[in-house]
Structures are given as C-alpha cells and as structure tokens.
Design a protein around this ligand. Structure first.
Ligand code: HEM
Length: 122
C-alpha cells in the first residue's frame, strides 16, 4: 500500500508509535512551566492510556476511546489560548522526538486545532 493510502494511525506507527508519542507528550507537559500545574493531581498512566486511545481512535485506528468527550474532560478548567498553544507546542516537540514527518505532523496538529473550541474556556 502506498503511503498516501495509509491512515494517519498507520503512518504514526500504529498503537506502539502513538503510545510512545503520548508518553513523550506527558513528559513535555509535566516539565512545561506553562501547563505543568494542571497535571499535578492527574494519574500519569491513566491520562497516557486515554490520550493514546483518543489519538488511535481519532486517526483511524481500530481502538475504541473509553474516556470522556473533550468538553466533559476539560470542563471547569477554563483553559486559555496560551495554555492551548503550550500543549500544541509540547505535542510538536514529541512528534519531532519520534521522527514524525512534516505531512503527518501537519495532519495531527490540524486535528488538534479543530478541537480548540471543545477544550478552551469551559
Ligand atoms: C486539542 C487539545 C487536547 C486534547 C486532544 C486533549 C485530550 C485529553 C484527553 C483524551 C484526556 C483524558 C480524558 C479523560 O480523563 O477521560 C485529557 C485530560 C486532561 N487534559 Fe487535555 N487535551 C487537550 C488540551 C488540553 C489543554 C490545553 C490542557 C491545559 C493545559 C489540558 C489539560 C488536561 C488535564 C489536566 C487532563 C487530566 C484530567 C484528569 O486528570 O482527570 N488538555 N485531555
């Protein structure tokens, strides 16, 4: 199958690739002064598991996402634009660390930006 016919899930390395990226995203968030306080009461394994599932499901993988929807997950957090950008920046860093290509990076960041109104100012 040519690369253009593969799902984003496959091009990100399937479950294993996305799990590794999600672990690196957690490491970035919890060392980023702009957002790390947000994750102080969170369970690293549980959030990493759910983020992995969410990305697998959203990029065409066979997994079912068992977490809350984006509005429900971020409700009452009142996340602002600076924090949203910090999280996107952390994800870009994790993608670079995992040698994800420009095309896949732009597709994934596009998906994240499409969710902006579902996570901000709730
Ligand atoms: C499009 C961007 C984002 C996506 C796709 C996303 C995705 C997720 C997912 C899948 C979960 C787990 C949901 C669950 O507990 O059932 C989660 C939890 C969480 N998110 Fe986000 N998120 C985004 C942006 C943000 C931003 C900007 C912040 C603020 C810094 C944030 C802070 C958190 C926190 C603190 C939790 C953990 C809540 C807990 O421990 O129960 N997220 N996110």
């Amino acid at each position: 199958m040519s690369n253009e016919q593969k799902t984003l899930y496959e091009r990100l390395g399937g479950f294993d690739g996305i799990r590794k990226i999600s672990e690196d995203v957690w490491t970035e968030h919890t060392s980023n002064p702009a957002v790390k306080a947000r994750y102080l009461d969170s369970d690293a394994e549980e959030v990493t598991r759910l983020v992995t599932e969410f990305v697998c499901w959203g990029t065409g993988g066979p997994q079912e996402y068992t977490g809350k929807d984006m509005k429900e997950a971020h409700r009452t957090m009142n996340i602002n634009a600076t924090e949203f950008m910090a999280v996107v920046d952390d994800i870009s860093t994790a993608l670079k660390k995992n040698d994800v290509g420009a095309q896949e990076t732009s597709e994934l960041l596009g998906l994240l930006f499409s969710l902006k109104d579902e996570v901000m100012h709730l």
